[in-house]
Design a protein around this ligand. Structure first.
Ligand code: ASP
Ligand code: MG
Length: 269
């Protein structure tokens, strides 16, 4: 089994979303797909630009060929949140982004005849209580029932990155901005997968930002410690907590380019 995580930088329009079936069919093992909010939706939700979120999502669904029934169904659910957005908590509001992407990918894969089921990450990943000073909560535990994996035969699992719930109150929380890499590691470790693959908009981990420097080295392999060191010191390609979480179980972490998934990328092991 593998975990495949897709970030918002990769899934930013219908054209990029249409590449997902091809990528996942390349991996014939059972897979868990962890999704971040599409494009810049989390920023829009933080800024309460609900109309922008609405129009963005609507145009994606139209371009993916969704029926008007499906489009209404998806938007209706979120509309309820939007209309009460001044009364819902920050985590309740920003989590809408991840729920929208998992709902859309779930239905799009079905349209493409790829059997899959959605799993609500907030029912499995728990945190300490919400800390408003850092706008995030600390990971506490993951609780997956013992026979969970046997009960889901031959179906892809679609779930959300970033979001979780308070282990005591059950209130929604998040692992903090850019936290969906960390969610992928948490699911990967709990399911004891062979590898966790993060799809990014670069070929892997570089010695410096390849978008700003021309003289950079792409690492084909890094140890957990070297990768942690790099990613805690300014290299933002991987959320650093992801690396140490997988190190504990010696599960390899692979960073690949979404637009070039056949390239080996960087292996952290
Ligand atoms: N969507 C969240 C964010 O933009 C989580 C993530 O992308 O990892 O911060
Ligand atoms: Mg994001």
């Amino acid at each position: 089994m593998k975990v495949l995580k897709f970030g918002g930088g990769c899934l930013k329009d219908a054209k990029s979303i249409k590449k997902v079936p091809k990528i996942i069919s390349h991996y014939d093992d059972d897979i868990v797909i962890v999704l971040s909010a599409f494009g810049k939706i989390t920023n829009m939700l933080e800024d309460e630009k609900h109309e922008d979120v609405f129009l963005f999502i609507q145009s994606i669904m139209i371009d993916l060929g969704f029926s008007s029934y499906d489009i209404d169904d998806i938007l209706k659910k979120q509309k309820t949140y939007f209309s009460f957005s001044n009364r819902i908590s920050y985590p309740d509001r920003v989590s809408i982004g991840e729920y929208l992407s998992s709902e859309i990918i779930h239905r799009y894969l079905k349209l493409e005849n790829i059997d899959n089921m959605q799993l609500d990450a907030t029912k499995y990943i728990f945190t300490d209580s919400w800390d408003p000073n850092v706008n995030s909560a600390k990971f506490h535990s993951i609780n997956v029932p013992d026979n969970f994996l046997e009960s889901i035969v031959k179906q892809k699992i679609i779930t959300q990155g970033f979001i979780a719930s308070d282990v005591n109150s059950g209130a929604k929380t998040t692992l903090g901005r850019e936290g969906s890499d960390y969610s992928a590691a948490i699911f990967g470790a709990a399911f004891n997968v062979d590898e966790v693959i993060l799809f990014k908009d670069v070929d892997g981990v570089y010695s410096a930002d390849p978008k700003k420097n021309s003289d950079v080295e792409l690492f084909s392999h890094l140890s957990y410690d070297a990768a942690f060191e790099l990613c805690s010191n300014g290299n933002t390609v991987v959320h650093p907590k992801t690396i140490n979480h997988l190190k504990k179980k010696r599960i390899p972490l692979i960073i690949k380019n979404f637009d070039n998934f056949r390239k080996p990328g960087t292996v952290i092991s």
